[in-house]
Design a protein. Structure first.
Length: 607
């Protein structure tokens, strides 16, 4: 009975409880936990303590940390003191020096700075003894450099008390048993540093709240994303590049009912109030990842935004059901009759029944697109140097498809494989297509030699006849085309400059010296034939009013000095009425802008 009462009194001692709580804090911290597990803590009233009542603890090279049994302090102060001693072991401070006292002081400075840098109980003023040091008095350097500086300049008085033994050295030499000499303290310290950095990244990413958290606070949506990274190679690389946003305020501002995706920002918005099971969340996650990976938003090309989104939903959901990825939530779009159809074909079908199609709902909500067009923030996925979004998604899908097949992770629908392979061959850029358009209409000029007009070199050697070169058929002046510029107030100046620069460049390459230019807003402004160089450098746009382009087209149709077979280029932003063009023509419009009519000529979409 007496022994039990004595044990109870020991446990109920406030000083002992504070010490134990402080050690528990260190056991939960990633930096100090490996060192603490290998060290030997000694706190006994039966052991002599010759370092004074103000001292906290001392450490030996064997890993023994002897603590003052009579010292009272808070758990944070004890944790700071013991962590100080542990870092002496982990940083291998037990070395033979000519002046051990100065070496101990230099090591104390480095340890205190490291503890402050990691924020280990930084709320405790100064070191565990409550001392502070003016950082301007001591150089910011390692132990060896500080030791050399102290040998040369002396040690400031305030540094002597930075250790955990008051004015005495806190590193005490003692014999080391053979088995304890095998402990690799530096390796344990490196392990702790690595784990501390990993958890610091987890804290910054919001996966855990504190460095000493036992487990990561992972949401169900984040678990679904990690499932694709670990177990579904087809979408693993893309899932790793996306961030999960589960902010109720952001979802409310965007009217996100369940989920939405921004392929530009690399973010998937998931409403925390979705109420979905883990399998349903996997289905939703795969749905949004495929929207982004297959570039559905970029492939819309002027189609109705909502109907195109619905068409893509039908196709994607059908693929996911075939692959048995998770479980499809109730209410999502699926029609077995559309199996095997492309998104473009499904879109054409939906356009035949607009009244029914407008009542459908995506994961974002009724009448809303779950493919977000606006850029919300943050760097795009795969935003390394010289890598665009198309290249990133294309490479990630192709590599994922190969891994999926190599690891035997299940079959993939033929339609999805075809789309992935189609992405491997990206469409040509608009300026390349424009160059081909010029090639088809302006063949290279064939020249022949002629003695009818001597060459300019004839004057230098009049006794040697030299022919000149002239076109074999017709004249260079016959090569021309028309440019109709939408000069309304809605036109972007950057679009005008980009398009005119490309036109002037190709015209020069095709030996087209003059171009017929007409500006048109609410009325037509005929500029006549302009030199190609003037188009590229000194062209002044007239108009900037409304948008009625048909008068400009009629002007060129009726002009007697404009060849009937000359092609026409129309540059507009698409905000115009229906155009009737009877001659060979092409249109240049910004990417993503629709036209209010079905064009008969090629359309080049400027990015």
């Amino acid at each position: 009975m007496g022994k039990r009462r004595s044990a109870d009194r020991t446990v109920s001692d406030p000083a002992t409880l504070a010490f134990r709580d402080g050690v528990a804090l260190l056991a939960g911290h990633p930096l100090t936990a490996p060192l603490l597990h290998a060290a030997h803590l000694i706190r006994s009233k039966d052991r002599p303590w010759p370092y004074g009542a103000a001292a906290w603890c001392v450490v030996t090279p064997a890993g023994d940390i002897v603590c003052n049994p009579a010292r009272r302090g808070t758990p944070q102060e004890w944790a700071r003191a013991v962590a100080h001693a542990l870092l002496h072991l982990g940083m291998e401070h037990f070395q033979d020096k000519a002046n051990p006292r100065l070496w101990n002081a230099a090591c104390d400075v480095v340890v205190c700075r490291l503890l402050d840098g990691f924020g280990i109980f930084a709320d405790v003023a100064g070191d565990a003894a409550g001392e502070t040091v003016d950082p301007t008095l001591i150089p910011d350097a390692g132990e060896a450099e500080l030791y050399g500086w102290m040998v040369a300049h002396g040690c400031p008085d305030s540094v002597w008390a930075l250790g955990t033994a008051g004015p005495h050295p806190d590193m005490v030499d003692a014999p080391v048993e053979r088995w304890r000499g095998k402990i690799r303290w530096a390796d344990l310290f490196v392990d702790g540093m690595r784990e501390a950095v990993r958890r610091a990244v987890a804290v910054a990413g919001g996966r855990i709240l504190r460095l000493d958290a036992k487990t990561e606070q992972v949401s169900a949506a984040e678990e679904a994303r990690r499932w694709f990274i670990d177990r579904f190679p087809l979408l693993g690389a893309i899932a790793a590049a996306f961030r999960i946003i589960e902010d109720p305020v952001a979802c409310r501002s965007l009217d996100v009912s369940v989920a939405a995706v921004s392929d530009m920002a690399g973010e998937i918005y998931v409403n925390p109030a979705h109420g979905l099971s883990p399998d349903e969340l996997r289905f939703v996650m795969a749905h949004e990842l495929l929207h982004a990976a297959l570039r559905h938003l970029a492939r819309r090309r002027g189609r109705d935004a909502f109907l195109w989104n619905v068409a893509c939903d039908y196709v994607v959901n059908g693929w996911l059901l075939e692959m048995a990825v998770g479980a499809m939530p109730a209410g999502l779009l699926h029609d077995p009759q559309l199996k095997g159809m492309s998104a473009e074909t499904v879109y054409d079908r939906l356009c035949g029944d607009l009244r029914r199609a407008r009542k459908l709902a995506t994961l974002r909500g009724a009448g809303l697109c779950d493919m977000l067009e606006e850029r919300r923030g943050g760097p795009p996925p795969g935003s390394g140097d010289w890598t665009d979004l198309d290249a990133f998604y294309r490479r990630a899908l192709m590599d994922g498809l190969e891994l999926h097949r190599e690891r035997g992770r299940g079959t993939i629908p033929a339609g999805l494989i075809e789309e992935i392979r189609a992405l491997a061959h990206p469409p040509l850029e608009w300026d390349v297509e424009l160059g081909r358009w010029f090639d088809e209409r302006f063949s290279p000029i064939e020249t022949v030699r002629s003695f009818a007009r001597p060459s300019r070199r004839q004057a230098g050697t009049p006794d040697i006849p030299r022919p000149s070169r002239r076109p074999a058929f017709g004249t260079v002046e016959d090569r021309t085309f028309g440019v109709l510029l939408d000069s309304s107030g809605s036109m972007d100046r950057i679009l005008l400059g980009t398009a005119l620069g490309a036109i002037a460049s190709y015209a020069t390459a095709k030996d087209v010296r003059h171009v017929r230019v007409v500006f048109c807003d609410a009325a037509a402004y005929d500029q006549g034939y302009l030199d190609v160089v003037e188009i590229a450098s000194r062209l002044t746009v007239r108009g900037r009013g409304g948008t009625v382009l048909q008068p400009g087209i009629d002007l060129l149709e009726d002009a007697e000095d404009f060849p009937k077979d000359a092609p026409l280029l129309v540059i507009t932003d698409g905000e115009c009425d229906r155009l009737t063009i009877r001659r060979d023509h092409a249109l240049l419009i910004p990417a993503g802008r629709p036209l209010p009519f079905a064009p008969r000529g090629p359309v080049f979409r400027v990015r």
